[in-house]
Design a binder for this molecule. Sequence first.
Ligand SMILES: Cc1cc2nc3c(=O)[nH]c(=O)nc-3n(C[C@H](O)[C@H](O)[C@H](O)COP(=O)(O)OP(=O)(O)OC[C@H]3O[C@@H](n4cnc5c(N)ncnc54)[C@H](O)[C@@H]3O)c2cc1C
Length: 428
Amino acid sequence: MTNILILGAGFGGVSAALKLEKKLKRNFSASGGPAAGWKITLVDRNNFHLFMPSLYEVATVYGLIEDGFAKYLRGSVAIPLSETLENKKIDFVQTEIKEVNLRKRFVNTGAGNKLDFDYLIIALGGETEFYGIPGVQDYAFNFKAIDDAIGIFKKIREIYDNYQKENRAEPIKIGIIGGGFTGVELTAELACCVKNIVKACSLDKKCTQIQLFEAGPAILPVLNVRQRKSIEKRLRKLGVNIRLNSQVEEVGPDSIKTKAGGELTGFDLIIWTGGVRGSRLLENLGLKLTKRGTIEINDFLQTKNSDETSNKNIFAIGDSATLIDPQTKKPVPAMAYVAHDQADVAAENIIRTIKNQRMGPYKPFYDAWIAPAGGKWAYFHYKGLNIAGFWGYCLRQLVDLKYFLRILPLSKALSLFFKDLVMFTRND
Ligand SMILES: Cc1cc2nc3c(=O)[nH]c(=O)nc-3n(C[C@H](O)[C@H](O)[C@H](O)COP(=O)(O)OP(=O)(O)OC[C@H]3O[C@@H](n4cnc5c(N)ncnc54)[C@H](O)[C@@H]3O)c2cc1C
């Protein structure tokens, strides 16, 4: 029996499992080849696949009918793995991975339980990086998991309820730290959400200040000037105050202290989107890690050891891994479709290894991105093509639908797509 173990059911892990199952069935099931007896096991702490690109919508959804336990809201981005893996020859184990033993080739899932492997794909994603900044972990909302988004959603309701009850004179202040894609998308949608609350509750239009803090001299530094200006213009139109060169030094219960500007107080809500690092679980495995705690991989997506040798049957993909693009000499960015593309290559390379064939390299491609910036507005970029505004938003919807169709049966993909469309356009 050839055991293939995949750690993490995110964008990389789910894609790798589905791809492997398809390929193994096609290559070996009937013929009885070297992997006729094969088993794919996918492991995750959650029994759902989190569709992170819409997390900002969950945090800022407006006008939702009573949904006490946020069950309906959760269902908009938490895709049950039972649906994704339905009728697939893939075992799913829901457990917290406690230890990975590469030498003895097993994964410890606690309480003395072990999962052995012949091939391993590490797709554990990342963790939030707080850079040791005092107060961030204590006072700012994190923005990585579904509960973070639901926490923000509830907090916004509470803030505006209290504001009305207390009849207070000072404005509501919301601070978002981090001017990357996540911070920008969340800030813009928050501004749309606030606009609707203000209208529905007949509040003063100026009752809310939304401030976006960016440590560097520009938000979205990977974009070119034209692209960035277009998104900045959109944010300003939505009333967002962009604070550049504002490296945050400390966060308090209602304050944000920046290196250049000193302490600003009176914040009702502070959200941290300032950094991501590799999973702590990857430490002490003997693998070569980057400064951000991600695994260094070679072109075939095999993990590297601290002595620079590569592990034949151990692959890492997605946010857990870092590959230096040979053309730009810079790390390939952490993005959902990069994880997906790498999953395809890792799956193919496992099949090739089983068949004693030469492995193929992963060819980085990431000249494509979409930045939704509030309501029915998004900036879509693909190679030389740049589309901003409503049509950018439409393309984003199509990209989401394409992904749902890839991981779900047709009826379930369409049902999820339309559910999200109806729920998330209430802000627009
Ligand atoms: C808010 C937000 C918005 C984003 N929007 C976009 C976007 O619009 N477009 C885009 O391209 N990218 C986007 N990204 C980035 C994208 O989501 C990631 O690049 C992508 O999820 C990486 O896939 P992955 O498989 O490596 O990791 P993940 O998708 O993070 O999956 C990792 C999985 O491992 C599991 N796991 C981790 N540790 C353990 C453990 N110890 N035990 C058990 N299970 C464990 C987790 O539960 C998770 O399911 C966004 C990220 C965030 C946070």
